[in-house]
Design a protein around this ligand. Structure first.
Ligand SMILES: [Zn+2]
Length: 68
């Protein structure tokens, strides 16, 4: 198993299950991926999507979880 750091996004709502504060961001194969820890939704973020996504701003990150 590879240690993965997931950064949870404060106030973000999952587009799939509509839960709040369940979305996290992590690096997967050098691509930023946003996923929901509740329902398993996952979406890779391109640089253009990141620029348009205000939820990715650092001040919205509520914590860094070390799973190793
Ligand atoms: Zn979800």
């Amino acid at each position: 198993m590879t240690a993965t750091r997931k950064r949870f996004i404060a106030g973000a709502v999952c587009p799939k299950c509509q839960s709040q504060d369940t979305l996290a961001v992590w690096r997967e194969n050098d691509v930023d991926t946003v996923g929901c820890v509740k329902c398993g939704f996952a979406q890779r973020q391109t640089d253009q999507q990141l620029a348009d996504n205000k939820t990715m701003e650092p001040e919205n990150i509520i914590g860094i979880f070390h799973l190793d």
